[in-house]
Design a protein around this ligand. Structure first.
Ligand SMILES: Cc1cc2nc3c(=O)[nH]c(=O)nc-3n(C[C@H](O)[C@H](O)[C@H](O)COP(=O)(O)O)c2cc1C
Length: 289
């Protein structure tokens, strides 16, 4: 994976873009310039990720795409005034959701760097309409979409439900990151050069802001665990919180590269095995080089 993969809009460090991004649910209606639409389409073509599952993204414009087909790209009133959406499908298979989270978050950060607003939507959209607009294939699943447009200065009624103070709230380090053992919280000082990448994990968006990621540092390896909730598994045909995990992995890797740290992802192995844990499922390990 090259450094290029994480470059967004010239010289803006990706950690700054991560800090800027927030869920935008009310849009201004300001049109997106044709050149920007071209940039968006080019961004959507990069669907590489650390796992095998093939991701397919499409930019869907509300105004012209589906006249005559009676397709209504709706969000049950959660999103107001968005001129367009992006929809992402992934082939069914192992680690498909992590791959989707990773690829789509990179896309979202690149759109953020262009000044565009987005919002991950997994629950509140008309899945069948988007599936038709995307020509969803039999072996694919369509877990998420996002509006794309310019944020309104006025906060709409749904934004009022998602108070910025609550939406932006993140768990403290000691609840998320651990040093050699689950009984020992990791603080930013002891994390050393991993402090920036871990802080970027902490700022990641997650479904209902549940922040299900836990990271155990063992030497120079970081073991990523998913402390998931069974509620989501009952509600959806896919594991929503594995998307959260893919997002966190992208933040970690992008910030590591920004900090000049190299490494790669490996599936859990016995060489760097985790102490048995109530902290969920071991999904991936980052091995420093
Ligand atoms: C996988 C995923 C699914 C989400 N689904 C929805 C959704 O269906 N509706 C919604 O309004 N927000 C949804 N969100 C947005 C989260 O509520 C939001 O990211 C979180 O509250 C943190 O706020 P922030 O994005 O402003 O930092 C989703 C986020 C993720 C990562």
């Amino acid at each position: 994976m090259t450094e290029q993969l994480f470059q967004v809009n010239g010289d803006i460090p990706i950690s700054k873009v991560i800090e800027q991004r927030r869920s935008v649910r009310t849009y201004s209606g300001h049109p997106i310039a044709p050149e920007t639409k071209e940039e968006i389409r080019a961004i959507l073509e990069d669907v590489t990720g650390p796992f095998g599952g093939k991701v397919r993204c499409r930019f869907l414009e509300k105004k012209d795409a589906f006249t005559g087909e009676r397709i209504k790209l709706g969000t049950y009133g959660v999103i107001l005034g968005a001129p367009s959406f992006l929809a992402a499908a992934v082939e069914r298979g192992e680690h498909a959701m992590e791959q989707l989270g990773y690829v789509l978050e990179r896309t979202i950060l690149r759109l953020t760097a262009l000044g565009l607003g987005t919002c991950w939507l997994a629950g509140t959209f008309r899945r069948s309409a988007f599936a038709r607009a995307l020509d969803l294939r039999e072996n694919e699943i369509l877990p998420v979409v996002s509006p794309v447009g310019f944020a309104s200065r006025i906060r709409g009624p749904v934004d009022m439900l998602f108070k910025p103070t609550l939406a932006r709230r993140r768990e403290p380090w000691q609840s998320l990151f651990f040093d050699e053992d689950w009984g020992r919280p990791l603080d930013a000082t002891r994390a050393g050069s991993f402090a920036l990448p871990l802080e970027m994990v902490r700022l990641a968006p997650s479904a209902s802001n549940k922040q299900p990621w836990r990271v155990l540092k063992k030497g120079n390896s970081l073991l990523f665990f998913l402390d998931g909730s069974s509620v989501y598994r009952r509600l959806y045909e896919f594991d929503m919180q594995k998307i959260d995990m893919g997002i966190a992995m992208l933040h970690f890797e992008a910030a590591s590269r920004e900090a000049g740290l190299s490494g790669h992802w490996e599936l859990p192995s016995t060489e760097v095995s985790a102490p048995s844990s109530k902290n969920g499922e071991h999904i991936m390990t980052w091995l420093s080089e």
